[in-house]
Design a binder for this molecule. Structure first.
Ligand code: CTP
Ligand code: CA
Length: 226
């Protein structure tokens, strides 16, 4: 896609990428979170930037370095992540690769919850906003291409096809996160690209390669439209 001496295929396009986990505080010292290294989302942001997109990476806590050529917005919670994405609009492309915590604590404790007293604390949960569904359903200013991820441990394609419809996004990258797949914190990913046209199985490849291939597909999508 990088034609020698030519324009980069995503030049002039804006992309928002979410990455990493979110942390939902229980009290000032504790939180609940998803497992996510941020490797895949960061690699996607890097790949989109390499193809010329002006890329904003909205990331939860992650030890991954900031990819070159990318603007980084660091957040902790799902609500902060949604607000940062909304602030980054308008965009042509949104890729939601973050492992957003589905729930947060209903009433976060202001002070550290203490063991003494003996009673076990019970944590009431409330649902977090769905960033992917919110961006997919924007009444005005919806990005032309909204891509989600589906982390599944079983019936990967079946669950991802259902998720595509439920979220209202254009594509879903479905990945197998069963413990035996070695996806979490690992180097490799085995994914399926789901769209209205059906499911495409990609061979096992590195997260960098998944990112490069996805960015290439995104570039092709915009080239086909013009
Ligand atoms: N997602 C999001 N905001 C949330 C939850 C999920 O943006 N509050 C996004 C993720 O970034 C991912 C996609 O939605 O792109 C699917 O996430 P996943 O956890 O697989 O789907 P859920 O709808 O939360 O369903 P479940 O966890 O029950 O499988
Ligand atoms: Ca979820």
């Amino acid at each position: 896609f990088l034609q020698s001496g030519g324009r980069k295929p995503l030049a002039g396009r804006r992309a928002i990428v979410t990455s990493g986990p979110t942390h939902e505080p229980i009290d000032p010292v504790r939180y609940i979170a998803n497992r996510s290294s941020g490797k895949q989302g960061h690699a996607i942001a890097a790949a989109l930037a390499r193809l010329g997109a002006e890329t904003i990476l909205v990331s939860g806590p992650s030890g991954e370095p900031v990819p070159s050529g990318v603007s980084m917005v660091r957040v902790e919670t799902a609500r902060e992540m949604l607000a940062a994405c909304e602030a980054a609009l308008p965009a042509d492309i949104a890729v939601c690769a973050a492992a957003v915590a589905d729930w947060r604590i209903d009433c976060e404790a202001v002070q550290k919850i203490k063991k003494e007293g003996g009673a076990l604390p019970s944590l009431a949960l409330t649902e977090n906003p769905d960033i992917l569904a919110t961006l997919s359903r924007l009444a005005s200013g919806r990005p032309s291409l909204v891509v989600g991820f589906a982390a599944e441990t079983e019936k990967v394609v079946e669950h991802a096809v259902a998720k595509l419809g439920r979220k209202g996004c254009d594509w879903i990258v479905a990945n197998d996160v069963a413990p035996a797949s070695g996806t979490f914190g690992g180097h490799d990913n085995r994914v399926h690209l789901i769209s209205a046209d059906g499911a495409e199985d990609w061979p096992k490849m590195s997260k960098q390669e998944v990112a490069g291939r996805l960015a290439g597909r995104i570039a092709r999508y915009f080239e086909d439209r013009t």
